[in-house]
Design a protein around this ligand. Structure first.
Ligand code: BTN
Length: 280
């Protein structure tokens, strides 16, 4: 059973101070709650919304996010950083990049993570984090429409889960996917449980650091992300609204789009699902 005791709330509040923590022992979705509260002006950024048990988690592209005991499900509600010179908010696509990098940096504390290790952490564009090729974390960023938007950065990470949802059932797109759909958890790689309070505290610190870099030094975030990008320099296959696109992965643009060299030239994909990639 999931209990509040999985989190040491006093410790966590100190770790994220001065940002307030809204903790719920059970909630349908931390992102939905945050968006509802923002809509009726009951919540002001910055804030962190955490639940020990998320019952109707939402994923990208209308998918569900299933979580069980031992999964971190948390949303950060922050104002979009602005470029200090132009006072223009940074591109939305950069947020996904900075968030995925923050998750990778957080998990690398526990995993013996270097690029060739068996527990290598990779980022599957735009913001899934993989361990040994299997998904361990997903990110859903939703934003309010305003001159300076407020972003809800929802992050799910499978930490202490011994059983994981079985996603291996064939579906419409399964025949195209060489990406293994079965997720993994940190427990499967470590063989022991880690304190969820520490995961959220460390993640909060990395997110704060990277959000500051979005304002001041995008290239540092971009380079660290590309260094972990699955398929970098290799041949990739991406499913887009316009169909399947094949090409060589050159990295990302300053908008966080995937840069590909294709038969018809260099293109940037703002959205799509990476289906397969060759090993680098
Ligand atoms: C994906 O992989 O498609 C994204 C999954 C995002 C899940 C997180 S868990 C916390 C937050 N609340 C939600 O309902 N979704 C995000």
């Amino acid at each position: 059973m999931i209990t509040e005791n999985e989190y040491d709330l006093a410790l966590l509040r100190r770790a994220i101070d001065p940002q307030p923590l809204f903790f719920w022992s059970e909630l349908p979705s931390t992102n939905s709650w945050a968006l509802e509260q923002l809509a009726c002006s009951e919540l002001q950024p910055p804030a962190v919304v955490l639940t020990a048990k998320q019952t109707a988690g939402r994923g990208r592209q209308g998918r569900q996010w299933q979580s069980d005991e031992g999964c971190v499900t948390c949303s950060w509600v922050w104002q979009r950083p602005v470029d200090p010179a132009s006072q223009v908010p940074v591109p939305a696509g950069q947020l996904a990049i900075a968030a995925a990098l923050s998750v990778q940096q957080t998990l690398s504390y526990w995993l013996n993570d270097h690029r060739r290790s068996e527990n290598a952490l990779q980022i599957k564009w735009p913001n899934d984090v993989l361990v040994a090729g299997q998904k361990i974390s997903g990110i859903l960023i939703e934003s309010t429409l305003a001159t300076r938007p407020v972003d809800v950065i929802g992050i799910g990470i499978n930490i202490n889960m011994q059983r994981l949802p079985d996603l291996t059932q064939p579906d419409e797109s399964a025949k195209l996917q060489s990406f293994p759909r079965q997720p993994t958890s940190l427990w499967h790689h470590l063989g022991y449980r880690v304190p969820l309070t520490e995961v959220v505290s460390r993640l909060h610190r990395h997110l704060c650091e990277n959000w500051n870099l979005l304002r001041d030094d995008w290239s540092t975030v971009c380079n660290a992300y590309v260094n972990r990008l699955a398929g970098r320099n290799g041949l990739v296959q991406v499913e887009t609204a316009q169909g399947l696109i094949h090409g060589r992965c050159l990295g990302i643009t300053d908008d966080g789009a995937l840069k590909l060299e294709t038969e018809s030239g260099i293109i940037a994909l703002a959205s799509g699902t990476l289906l397969s990639w060759s090993l680098d």
